[in-house]
Design a protein around this ligand. Structure first.
Ligand code: UTP
Length: 313
């Protein structure tokens, strides 16, 4: 392996911020974490931890908050449940629930107030230490042949610098995202997927967006970002914005963007959540065929679905 391909130190830690209020899903999130909402039968946050584990990162730091205890319980061993499942001969289910607890080493730190994503990441500073780390937002569920984070780790290993996941979005949608301005890295075999970032703008209007390359919820960050987060003033909505801190980091060190291969679902948004549910259910070997038949049986009209007989199915 060429020396330049091992520029980045190994990543040991992924930070998963899960302390947000989840207002877009109220009232469902009044008494349960948004991150525990299931796509079919698996909570959003489990998709995220599985991606971390499949990328070879052994440690997960959850940034939690009030009312998020269900997440801790989900990634812990549940002796009572396992005992009862074993007693009923449900060995497969017992293994299934036990496997969740074995996905990663986990630790927790609490963000006392939901002051934004940037503040959540800064809360993990003491646990991460002075080393690079990944950040995964469980709102973004990504189905990919190679886990998205792993694709980014290849870029990080090459440059030893921060890497953000980016995706092309329609010009109408740019105002929902952090948008990057970047120059494609042509020297290497990245197939035009890797950009050196020159600027980033949080939620620009379509007329002011420097491109349609949107930042998605996967990051590999150098520890320099902590200093920037600690000194960045709260931005939009009184929250410390990660994009603002990264823009400051950009003045000191290069940051790269990686257009990942795979299908991303924005499960933090109601329509995106529904799309993820339908598409992932269709891909399930145990459900897909019956679910597809059911969807085909619906006559979709402007007034909503009707069965061929005109009755609600
Ligand atoms: P979102 O921007 O989706 O915010 O956070 P939210 O509070 O979860 O949801 P809405 O917008 O009110 O519906 C992206 C990720 O960052 C975490 C969230 O838990 C989510 O996983 N987050 C956000 C924090 O950990 N702390 C915060 O202060 C804000």
């Amino acid at each position: 392996m060429a020396q330049e391909e091992i520029a980045g130190a190994p990543l040991r830690t992924a930070v998963l911020p899960v302390a947000g209020l989840g207002t877009r899903f109220l009232p469902a999130t009044k008494a349960q974490p948004k991150e525990m909402l299931p796509i079919v039968d698996k909570p959003l946050v489990q998709y995220a931890v599985e991606e971390v584990a499949a990328s070879g990162i052994p440690m997960v730091i959850f940034v939690t908050g009030r009312g998020k205890e269900a997440i801790e319980n989900h990634f812990d061993v549940s002796f009572e449940l396992e005992h009862q499942l074993a007693g009923r001969g449900k060995e497969e289910l017992r293994s299934l629930v036990r496997a969740v607890a074995g996905l990663a080493k986990v630790c927790y730190v609490r963000q006392q107030q939901a002051r934004g994503l940037g503040d959540a990441i800064l809360t993990a500073r003491g646990l991460v230490g002075d080393e690079p780390f990944a950040v995964v937002l469980s709102d973004d569920v990504i189905e990919a042949p190679v886990p998205c984070l792993r694709q980014m780790m290849k870029v990080y290993a090459h440059y030893g610098r921060s890497v953000v996941a980016i995706q092309r979005v329609s010009h109408r949608q740019v105002s929902n995202y952090g948008i990057v301005q970047g120059v494609p890295e042509s020297r290497h075999h990245w197939d035009g997927r890797v950009f050196r970032i020159q600027n980033m703008v949080e939620k620009p209007s379509p007329g002011k967006a420097p491109s349609n390359l949107a930042i998605i919820g996967r990051y590999i960050l150098t520890p320099g970002v902590f200093h920037q987060l600690a000194t960045t003033q709260p931005g939009a909505g009184g929250e410390v914005q990660l994009t603002d801190a990264m823009r400051h980091l950009l003045e000191r060190e290069p940051i790269y963007g990686c257009v990942f291969e795979g299908q991303r679902y924005d499960a933090g948004d109601k329509l995106g959540f529904l799309k993820a549910t339908v598409e992932l259910a269709l891909k399930r070997p145990d459900l897909g065929s019956d679910f597809r038949k059911y969807l085909r049986s619906l006559l979709l009209s402007r007034s909503g679905p009707r069965s061929p007989s005109g009755n609600r199915p």
